[in-house]
Design a binder for this molecule. Structure first.
Ligand SMILES: [Zn+2]
Length: 290
């Protein structure tokens, strides 16, 4: 148990040293310049170096916080730029499927009309048969023949009344379907207006957000110029592995990346401002809000 924190402290010291080395080159040139100008002896330059590094670390953390804020906005915009057309596509697909349903309703009505026409033709030919039989009735010689033909005529008439019922039913069905079609057409007309309005909005938003992303990226470029390359590389690595969140504040002694309570030693280290402090749980860069 005791070996753990000691080991971690050793790691942190190692990190601190590496970072110090990364600032070393800049510090060296500043040191040389100042020594040259003011004629400082080498010993006093160590103090300069440390002071420069500490001031610089505080500044670097501030820049990282700014960078994170910019990247969070850029990532959100970029997600929107992907999601907006996807949502629009879904609405478009839904509209198309409703149009297909409408077409099916209309085709159904057409099929009913064809069926009705068939039944009407049936009826007409059967009416013709009745007329023909009736005209033949008076030419018949026997009562039996007469009764048989009357029976035939009655049978056809019974058939015809069934056909007429069918035709009326089809008329009712067509009426009912037409009511549905009119309603659906009205509804889809409204949907089409909404959809084209949505398309217009998405176009506008895409342009607006695209322009905003360009501005934010320009700001980002200017900002990264001021950040130490090694610090920036570390930030970029964490951004990639931690879903776009690399720098998080400490609130109420908790890391706001993973919401774990942080050991007081870690908070102390952040206050010391000697090195970047990383959350041991989620590996994000920690800072204290002022
Ligand atoms: Zn964390």
């Amino acid at each position: 148990m005791a070996a753990g924190p000691r080991q971690a402290e050793g790691d942190r010291r190692g990190k601190s040293l590496k970072l110090e080395q990364s600032f070393g080159r800049v510090a060296q040139s500043v040191r040389a310049l100042r020594s040259h100008r003011k004629g400082h002896r080498f010993e006093s330059c160590r103090v300069h170096h440390l002071k420069y590094f500490m001031e610089n670390l505080e500044e670097q953390v501030k820049l990282l916080v700014e960078l994170q804020a910019l990247d969070t906005q850029i990532l959100k915009h970029e997600r929107d730029l992907v999601e907006m057309p996807e949502n629009l596509n879904r609405l478009d697909e839904l509209f198309k499927s409703k149009m297909t349903n409408l077409k099916a309703l209309e085709d159904g009505v057409k099929a009913l009309q064809v069926k009705r026409k068939d039944r009407e033709n049936d009826l007409e030919s059967k009416e013709g048969s009745i007329k023909k039989l009736q005209s033949q009735l008076y030419q018949l010689k026997t009562n039996k023949e007469y009764t048989t033909m009357q029976g035939e005529i009655s049978r056809i008439k019974a058939d015809n009344s069934l056909i007429e019922e069918d035709i009326l039913k089809i008329f009712d069905q067509v009426d009912a379907e037409n009511v549905k079609i009119v309603k659906e057409k009205e509804f889809l007309k409204g949907e089409e207006v909404k959809l084209s309005e949505e398309k217009r909005k998405v176009d506008e938003e895409t342009k607006r957000i695209g322009a905003e992303v360009d501005v934010l990226k320009a700001q980002r470029n200017a900002l990264t110029e001021k950040i130490d390359k090694k610090v920036l590389a570390k930030y970029d690595r964490i951004m990639k592995s931690k879903d776009g969140l690399a720098v998080v504040p400490v609130t109420g002694e908790s890391c706001q990346g993973c919401f774990r309570l942080l050991p007081s030693q870690v908070i102390h280290e952040i206050r010391m401002k000697k090195d970047l402090v990383i959350c041991e749980n989620c590996a994000r860069i920690l800072y204290l809000e002022e």
